[in-house]
Design a protein around this ligand. Structure first.
Ligand code: FAD
Length: 476
């Protein structure tokens, strides 16, 4: 191929060659919608690829990945573009954008849901809801199902139905060699293991076949707000009673400074606040009410309600607050069973220092059905963690990055002193994407070595490198 401008780059002639080969669209610098095509969710990541290939089908995926591999072009693969590290784009190289492979079909007999590799969660949720079914996934509807599933997938229903990756019956995968294979319980079983938690390291998934579950259209959702002074009592109460909760229960606690357009009571707007969002994974309103009393009894809330809500509405509650078009910096980890006074004090201290009404710290309980799958049955490493936490700093493009990043790092460091090992690969931050130390911390040595052997088999040249990257094991 000619048209090189730099190692790993694709130049103008390469773009023309590629255009002749694929059925989809190739967007390059200078094209009208180049800026829209190159952007990812996190605007802190401002990269300029040489070509964005909006692939039409799996044949295009195979053609594009071979083109990149054969010509030494740096390759990013984009599902929904939500990687906080911005791994769905790159400078000078090629982006395979799966966004047009977004069909969803439900088989009412088997309950299998076939979803294209570029689907967003809302594509899957809406079609499933129209069949009275659900696939457990994440909590923001514009997240890509692709990256979320391959990294694990934690959401409102993971205590009830397990992680998203636990609910994948099979993957249709374009390998870096261009070969198209199926990975399931009987074919390419090693790949099937690695794709459930090992990220986008081994191939490009063009179709996920999910096992779905019958699910009501509406479920009870509890929402409560407390002044930060009451956070300790409420969080302690939750920690001491978590083991009593059935798998239907899930409640994420947030420390925030509520914005004027949030449902928080007026007296809490702009002030450090504890918010609890409790989701009940069936339609038993009375059970959800009883469970929410745990929080109400711990300290008098400024506001606390439990009401039925359409599941698809729940899934889009945070869509605007977590929308694209802002800069984002995230760090997270896992907390132990007892949550700990130190962790609570750390959250409260960081809430006092929070710089705006769009940043937050969240603590998510795990357990439940995700423990029904064995630790070694999938590549996902962190099944036993009691809680995960994430610190999110979000700010407009025209504000100085440093102060927001400094707040997030301080908040993370304070919590990290009380944290267990590990990190969720789906929340690697922009400065950690390529850092092997963090990838090793995420998987642990033994699991990493198994993944490295798998990588050597399916992607020996590390064509798929823009992910929490597993280096191919060296041949013995
Ligand atoms: P992309 O940036 O497109 O891709 C991320 C990685 O996955 C890249 O390495 C990419 O190459 C790879 N990839 C994507 N699709 C494919 C595919 N089809 N085949 C092969 N590789 C692929 N995680 C949770 O578990 N639960 C949540 O509730 C949750 N909420 C979130 C909310 C927000 C606002 C954000 C920003 C993230 C959230 N996440 C959550 C994290 C999310 O799971 C990861 O950011 C995930 O990587 C997003 O996938 P994506 O396809 O949108 O991202």
């Amino acid at each position: 191929m000619s048209g090189w401008t730099d190692a790993g780059a694709i130049g103008a002639e390469g773009v023309e060659e590629l255009r002749a080969l694929v059925a989809g669209e190739v967007v390059a610098p200078g094209d009208g919608d180049y800026d829209a095509a190159r952007r990812v969710w996190n605007w802190m990541v401002d990269r300029r690829p040489g070509a964005v290939v909006r692939v039409a089908d799996e044949r295009d995926v195979a053609t594009a990945v071979r083109f990149a591999a054969d010509n030494g072009i740096l390759l990013a693969v984009r599902g929904g573009g939500h990687s906080v590290a911005g791994q769905g784009t790159c400078d000078a190289g090629m982006v395979i954008d799966l966004g047009r492979i977004d069909g969803v079909e439900v088989d009412d007999g088997s309950g299998l849901v076939r979803a294209g590799g570029g689907c967003l969660l809302r594509d899957v949720d809406r079609v499933c809801a129209s069949h009275g079914r659900v696939v457990p996934a994440g909590v923001v509807s514009h997240t890509g199902a692709g990256g979320l599933t391959l990294g694990g997938g934690v959401g409102w229903l993971s205590r009830k139905f397990g992680l998203t990756c636990d609910n994948v019956a099979s993957f249709r995968v374009v390998l870096p060699s261009g070969e198209i294979v199926t990975a399931d319980e009987s074919q390419n079983t090693d790949l099937y293991w690695g794709l459930r938690g090992g990220g986008g390291n081994f191939g490009i998934v063009t179709e996920f076949a999910y096992r779905s579950h019958p699910f009501p259209t509406e479920i009870p959702v509890g929402l409560g707000f407390w002044p930060i002074a009451d956070a300790e009592a409420v969080l302690r109460a939750q920690a001491s009673r978590m083991h009593e909760q059935p798998d239907e229960w899930k409640a994420t606690t947030f420390v925030i400074r509520p914005s004027a357009d949030s449902p928080a009571p007026r007296e809490l707007v702009g002030k450090p606040t504890l918010m609890v969002l409790q989701v009940w994974a069936d339609d038993d309103l009375a059970a959800a009410e009883r469970s929410f009393d745990l929080y109400r009894d711990a300290a008098t809330p400024a506001l606390a309600t439990v009401e039925p809500m359409a599941f698809t509405t729940l899934q889009s509650l945070s869509d605007d607050a977590a929308g694209p078009g802002r800069c984002n910096y995230t760090k997270g980890g896992y907390l132990d069973d007892d949550f700990g006074d130190g962790a609570i004090a750390a959250m409260i201290e960081s809430a006092e220092e929070m710089l705006n009404d769009n940043s937050l710290i969240e603590v998510i309980p795990h357990g439940g059905a995700q423990l029904n799958v064995g630790d070694d049955d999938t590549a996902f490493p962190d099944r036993q963690a009691a809680y995960s936490f994430n610190v999110f700093a979000r700010w407009p493009l025209d504000e100085d990055d440093d102060a927001h990043i400094a707040w997030a790092r301080t908040a993370f460091d304070r919590l990290d002193r009380h944290a267990g090992d590990g990190v969720y690969v789906n929340f690697f931050n922009p400065h950690e994407g390529g850092d092997q130390t963090r990838v090793l911390a995420a998987f642990g040595r033994e699991r990493y070595d198994k993944l490295a052997a798998l990588k050597a088999r399916y992607d020996p040249a590390n064509v798929l490198s823009l992910n929490p990257n597993i280096f191919p094991a060296e041949a013995a």
